[in-house]
Design a protein around this ligand. Structure first.
Ligand code: ADP
Ligand code: MG
Length: 408
């Protein structure tokens, strides 16, 4: 049945109905799990029918994200749709919005698809960002402020997991990196002295309620998230409150509906020039979807980030975001299948990991392990923080994750 208009915002979409997911990856898969646990069905649209999402969605439409006929078909099955990746064409969300509740809206997603537009938006909300300049062609580099070096040159679009960016120490290096990135539009950001990185996950529904999760500390290896650690004493309370306030402001400014993540840098004050006036907390980027740094919510909160996504889509009240116990999330990359220089994939020792206290294993059903590919994650939840760190270290050692788990 083709619906003429999207459901009114106060209207609840009841269990038993279909929810739509644009995407085929692990975030779509975990969304399906949450939706199905609540009695919903999912129709997903994406490129890979046998991917992490396709394996679990009740219905799957194999198509390009801009395929109007495929989107039309999806629209006829659903009354609410979401996405799991920011590069979904904003036009596709727009098309679906004529008949379907979209969370997030195309207009919100469009802002964060482009790092320059995103930075201007964040800054316009009064939230600090790194000093930066638009680099649309190589000549633009000649006129940039020397204070932007050392800097990071990032393609404005399609970058993720540290891909599409390079650290540049000089104008010379920046020119080289600009060419290596293919001469596409870039942003040059000053490289900030980071003390550590945090992220805030929140959900906002069409009733304009906001549910906000605790602040997690993120560590990366080679540009890919390695761990997220969350417990009350970890981050100073003033930083927590400021990060959460900034994230809320950004969600409201974007007129955002759904689950989103804001990544922040906490700067190392000892490395800032005296009297710089530089704020300590700087927003880095916004993800218009559940985020890898929010995977801990599956085991460490009553309502996971994926369940919140379902609740927003269905027009239901938001769930409880409070932390039930201290937690560490460790990402598992395909490298864990190729230890000690082996070229042959060997299944990691899951049994040893699962024998440890408070461990929960999540694998994404990817057929082939490849180096650098996100294959799954482990959540460790424990009331005792020493046990939490010790267990995380043992998981990391067993799976050869190389996670940096020093406390404090
Ligand atoms: P991605 O989309 O790949 O996650 P990010 O903009 O988040 O791109 O950059 C990846 C990582 O690079 C960040 O998590 C941070 O560690 C580092 N980084 C990015 N921008 C800066 C900056 N301006 N100053 C210092 N480090 C940065
Ligand atoms: Mg990032």
């Amino acid at each position: 049945m083709q619906h003429q208009r999207p459901p009114a915002y106060e209207q609840v979409i009841q269990p038993g109905e279909y929810l739509g997911m644009l995407g085929d990856g692990q975030l779509g898969r975990m969304f399906c799990h949450a939706a199905q646990a609540m009695g919903y069905h999912v129709v997903a649209l994406g490129l890979e029918a046998d991917g992490p999402t396709g394996q679990v969605a009740e219905q799957y439409i194999t198509a390009d994200y801009a395929d109007e006929a495929a989107l039309e078909k999806m629209a006829s099955m659903i009354r609410s749709v979401t996405t799991e990746f920011e590069n979904v064409p904003a036009m596709s969300l727009k098309q679906l919005s004529y008949t379907t509740r979209t969370a997030p809206a195309a207009s919100s997603v469009a802002v964060v698809q482009d790092r320059l537009v995103e930075k201007s938006f964040i800054s316009a909300q009064g939230v600090p960002v790194a000093a930066h300049a638009a680099i649309r062609n190589i000549e633009d580099l000649d006129t940039v402020d020397a204070a932007l070096f050392p800097g990071i040159l990032k393609a404005t679009r399609f970058g993720y997991d540290g891909k599409g960016q390079a650290v540049v120490n000089s104008l010379q290096e920046a020119k080289q990196a600009f060419s290596e990135l293919g001469g596409v539009e870039c942003i040059l950001e000053a490289k900030l002295p980071l003390a550590y990185e945090v992220s805030v996950i929140l959900a906002r529904n069409h009733q304009e309620d906001i549910a906000i999760y605790p602040v997690g500390v993120n560590k990366h290896i080679n540009g890919i998230l390695s761990s997220t650690t969350v417990y009350p004493e970890l981050v100073p309370q003033d930083i927590v409150l400021e990060a959460q306030a900034h994230a809320k402001k950004l969600a409201i400014g974007l007129n955002y509906f759904g689950v989103m993540c804001v990544e922040f840098f906490v700067l190392d004050e000892s490395k800032l020039p005296d009297g710089d006036g530089q704020p300590r907390l700087v927003a880095n980027e916004i993800a218009p979807r559940p985020h890898n740094s929010g995977h801990y919510t599956i085991n460490a909160t009553t309502c996971s980030q994926f369940e919140q996504q379902v609740r927003v889509m269905a027009g239901l009240p938001l769930g409880d975001t409070s932390l039930l116990a201290p937690t560490i999330m460790l990402n598992i990359l395909g490298d864990s299948w190729f230890v000690d220089g082996s070229e042959m994939a060997t299944e990691p020792d899951w049994a040893s990991v699962l024998a440890l206290p408070g461990v929960s294993l999540h694998l994404y059903g990817k057929a082939e392990a490849r180096k650098g590919r996100k294959m799954g994650h482990v959540n460790i939840v424990h009331h005792d923080i020493d046990t939490l760190y010790q267990t995380a270290q043992r998981v990391s050692d067993t799976l050869h994750l190389g996670a940096e788990l020093n406390r404090g």
